[in-house]
Design a protein around this ligand. Structure first.
Ligand SMILES: Cc1ncc(COP(=O)(O)OP(=O)(O)O)c(N)n1
Ligand SMILES: Cc1nc(C(=O)O)sc1CCOP(=O)(O)O
Ligand SMILES: [Mg+2]
Length: 556
């Protein structure tokens, strides 16, 4: 049901109604970029700069802009996007494309906003605020698609997430067929990910039936050919399977992402929430695959926690992405050990020679580091026999998981698989990250060592979750390691779409200087000798944690 009448909304700018609505509203649109306003903006910037030097409360936070329709029932659309971003602790600005009247029964009306109002909102936000990621929902006309693409060419962002909204959960058609051409020809080639459900994927491909996971794979490939870098086809409506299976395709590899099906009618808004969560995680610096994984887990958890809510009398209720109505314990994300870039803050890397020198077992060393506040552990046991390595890795995994800390294995994908570690760290001459990803699957964490912007770009393409960048300072722990210095680190961080951990010669005396570089995706320091070649690992880790966390707060 498409009821696109523009009368009401067009009247906002009409001279006849201006006296009734008050001239203020019309004037605000026209004078947004007047001289007096830019003066005021400069004054405000000066004020903020002054405040920033005094406190840490004006930290730059990740920012998603959603371009979507309003849902009066607040389950989907702009309202869902705002809630999802709030839940993922990301700032969300909004460009409203249409106002829908809908509830748990269905869609009763749609008012499309005039093109110039959409264009004004885009300009207002993108010209002023630092937006990391744009997420789109309902784009009700071809002209709005074109306006959005023009705006993105003028104000490029880090990533574009396109949820090609065409059909509501209640099966109401929300956009006309002319928009499909705009999607295929203009928007998709600019997109980093497109997230159609089964019905939308089918419509995009000219109404072909999609009835199985292999149909979804074929559809993902065909949609990928339209230009987006990644495609996620959501299989929630594929009732043939017991699990909810989504198919993710990055142009080379297919991943089937499974979650158990939650029995509930409160599913209205799941698509918008998923896409917003992906956008939020990308804005926070995650790789595409980990953003998708976190988003899927988030939606699954939200569905589970709101399965019994009663909101409205219709067949399809909203769910609660703020996870507040049932007091969810946020630590469940930790238990699944999904990658959070903040885990890189104090990254402890073990060394078998240092443990031998101090007469410690690897699990004793790891226990002391996590007790001191290490936020992630890497077992870098270059001389270990395979069997011994697997056994000690299993013991370390138990310790780490009891503290909610992820454990990675250096170099040895076989050992990581054998002990079901949380992931691996590989270098430029180890197994390529892409191959490690296909062996370990989408759930595991993969880090890659990079010394150049080109290597950082490749790590992102290969589906890594973070990069380790060094040597920041000379080190005697790794032979013949090239030092790239703070300048080299900064250059790589600026080029990297992934979160970065700095490594090489870092300890208590210089960790603050490293974090002070102030690049937003530099998330922490990785340290070997300054923790493990010391008498008391726990104290050293605690002291390092204190320095790094204070520095991270100050530069935010
Ligand atoms: C966090 C982190 N960054 C970089 C490295 C170095 O990895 P690589 O280049 O493979 O060298 P080795 O550690 O294998 O000698 C790392 N291990 N961790
Ligand atoms: C393992 C490793 N990788 C490096 C890189 O530059 O990629 S430097 C390094 C050793 C870091 O040890 P320490 O903290 O004792 O200097
Ligand atoms: Mg290596």
């Amino acid at each position: 049901m498409l009821m696109a009448s523009c009368n009401l909304v067009n009247s906002w700018n009409s001279p006849q109604l201006a006296p009734i609505l008050g001239f203020k509203q019309v004037r605000i649109f026209n004078s947004l970029f007047s001289d007096s306003d830019s003066n005021r903006r400069n004054q405000r910037h000066a004020f903020l700069n002054m405040q920033q030097s005094q406190s840490v409360s004006d930290a730059k936070i990740p920012h998603v802009l959603t371009v979507a329709g309003s849902d009066s029932g607040a389950g989907a659309g702009i309202q869902a996007d705002l809630k999802a971003c709030a839940a993922r602790r990301v700032f969300c600005s909004t460009v409203i494309t249409a106002v829908t009247a809908q509830n748990t029964v269905g869609v009763q009306g749609v008012e499309i906003l005039p093109d110039d109002v959409v264009a004004q909102q885009l300009k207002s936000v993108l010209s002023d605020m630092h937006v990391d990621v744009v997420k789109t929902g309902m784009l009700p006309s071809l002209s709005v698609v074109k306006i959005l693409c023009q705006s993105l060419r003028k104000f490029p962002v880090k990533a574009l997430v396109v949820d090609p909204v065409m059909v509501s959960t209640s099966a109401d058609v929300l956009v006309g067929s002319s928009v499909l051409a705009g999607f295929r020809e203009e928007l998709f080639p600019m997109a980093d990910i497109v997230t159609p459900n089964i019905k939308e994927a089918s419509l995009l491909l000219g109404d072909v039936p999609l009835q199985s996971v292999s149909d979804m794979r074929r559809a993902a490939k065909l949609i990928h050919d339209m230009g987006p870098r990644n495609v996620l086809i959501k299989g929630g409506d594929l009732h043939a399977s017991l699990d909810a299976i989504d198919v993710f395709f990055d142009g080379e590899e297919f991943y089937e992402l499974r979650s158990s099906r939650v029995k509930t009618c409160n599913t209205h808004g799941t698509g918008c929430t998923l896409a917003s969560c992906i956008a939020a995680e990308l804005a926070r610096g995650s790789s595409m695959l980990s953003a998708v994984k976190v988003a899927k887990h988030f939606v699954e958890t939200a569905l589970d926690y709101s399965k019994d809510l009663v909101i409205g009398n219709g067949p399809q209720g909203p769910f609660d992405p703020l996870l507040a109505l049932k007091n969810i314990d946020q630590s469940s994300y930790r238990q699944k050990r999904l990658f959070d870039p903040n885990d890189l803050l104090v990254y402890a890397v073990t060394d078998s020679n240092m443990n031998k020198k101090w007469g410690r077992s690897v699990d004793e060393a790891v226990k002391a580091a996590v007790e001191g506040g290490a936020t992630i552990i890497q077992l870098r046991e270059k001389d270990a026999e395979t069997r011994e390595f697997i056994e000690s890795a299993k013991a370390c995994l138990k310790i780490c998981h009891s503290y909610g800390v992820p454990l990675l294995i250096n170099d040895r994908i076989d050992v990581a698989l054998a002990c079901d570690a949380d992931g691996v760290h590989v270098g430029q001459s180890d197994m390529p990250a892409r191959l490690a990803r296909s062996l370990l699957g989408p759930e595991k964490i993969i880090g890659v060592s990079c010394k150049t912007p080109e290597q950082a770009e490749q790590a992102w393409i290969d589906g890594a979750d973070y990069i380790g960048c060094g040597g920041v300072y000379p080190t005697s722990t790794k032979a013949n390691n090239r030092t790239i210095g703070l300048d080299g680190l900064k250059e790589v961080c600026k080029a990297s779409k992934l979160p970065v951990v700095a490594i090489g010669g870092i300890g208590l005396s210089n960790a603050h200087d490293v974090m002070e570089l102030g690049v937003p995706n530099l998330k922490g320091v990785a340290v070997v000798s300054a923790l493990f070649d010391r008498e008391c690992i726990l104290t050293e880790t605690r002291n390092l944690h204190s320095v790094v966390s204070r520095a991270a707060l100050l530069v935010k």
